[in-house]
Design a protein around this ligand. Structure first.
Ligand code: HEC
Length: 167
C-alpha cells in the first residue's frame, strides 16, 4: 500500500500540480515550494565549494576603476547606482536584485564569492553569468569593485555617476 502511494499517487499529484497551473509562476506570487532551498541553500553550498580563495587580480586603483566602468555598463539596470531608484526591471524581478548602494550589507562576501557569482550567474534568480562575455581579468575587476564599493577613491565615484553623452 505504501509502495503504491509512494510510486504512483505522489508522482501523479506532483504532475497534476505542475500541469494544471497551480505553481505560482508570476514574479509577485509566493515562493514556489523548494525555491528557497534551491536558489538559496544549494547555491551557497556550491559557491562555498568552488569559489576561489585567492584573487587572481588585486584591488589596485586601476582594477577598481575598470571594474566601476564595467559595473556601470552591465550591472546598473538591475543593481543600481549611488542615489538611484530601482529600475522598472529591478522592481519586476523575483527575487529582487539587491541594490548594492542602498543595501551596503549585500555583496560584501569575500571577493572570490562575488567572482564566482559574476562568472557563473545564479540559476532561478535572473542573475546572469558573464563568463561568456567578459575576460577573466574583467570578471575580477568588477568583483573587486563590488567588494570595495564602500571605500571608493574619489575618481572612481565620479566615473560611476558622471553623465555620459548619448551615443
Ligand atoms: C538582469 C538583472 C541582473 C543583472 C544585469 C545583473 N544582476 Fe546580479 N543579481 C541579480 C539578481 C536577481 C540577484 C539576486 C539573486 C539572489 O537573490 O540570490 C543578483 C545577485 C548578485 C550578486 C549576489 C549578491 C548577494 O550578496 O547575494 C552579485 C555579487 C551580483 N549579482 C553581481 C552582479 C554584477 C557584478 C553584475 C554586472 C556584471 C550583475 N550582477 C548584473 C540580477 C542581475
Amino acid at each position: 500500500m505504501g509502495m503504491i502511494l509512494g510510486w504512483v499517487v505522489a508522482p501523479v499529484l506532483l504532475f497534476a500540480y505542475l500541469r494544471f497551473g497551480y505553481v505560482p509562476m508570476s514574479v509577485n506570487g509566493p515562493a514556489i515550494p523548494f525555491e528557497q532551498l534551491l536558489a538559496g541553500t544549494a547555491i551557497q553550498a556550491r559557491i562555498a565549494r568552488e569559489a576561489p580563495t585567492q584573487a587572481a587580480f588585486p584591488a589596485s586603483p586601476e582594477n577598481v576603476l575598470a571594474g566601476a566602468k564595467l559595473y556601470r555598463e552591465h550591472c546598473t539596470e538591475c543593481h543600481g547606482l549611488p542615489g538611484s531608484v530601482p529600475t522598472f526591471a529591478a522592481k519586476g524581478m523575483f527575487p529582487p536584485p539587491p541594490q548594492f548602494f542602498e543595501h551596503k550589507g549585500m555583496g560584501n562576501d569575500p571577493v572570490g564569492q562575488n567572482y564566482w557569482i559574476v562568472a557563473n550567474g545564479i540559476r532561478l534568480t535572473g542573475m546572469p553569468g558573464y563568463r561568456e562575455s567578459l575576460t577573466d581579468q574583467q570578471l575580477w575587476q568588477v568583483s573587486q569593485f563590488l567588494s570595495h564599493r564602500g571605500q571608493l577613491p574619489a575618481g572612481v565615484e565620479t566615473a560611476l555617476t558622471e553623465v555620459v553623452p548619448a551615443k
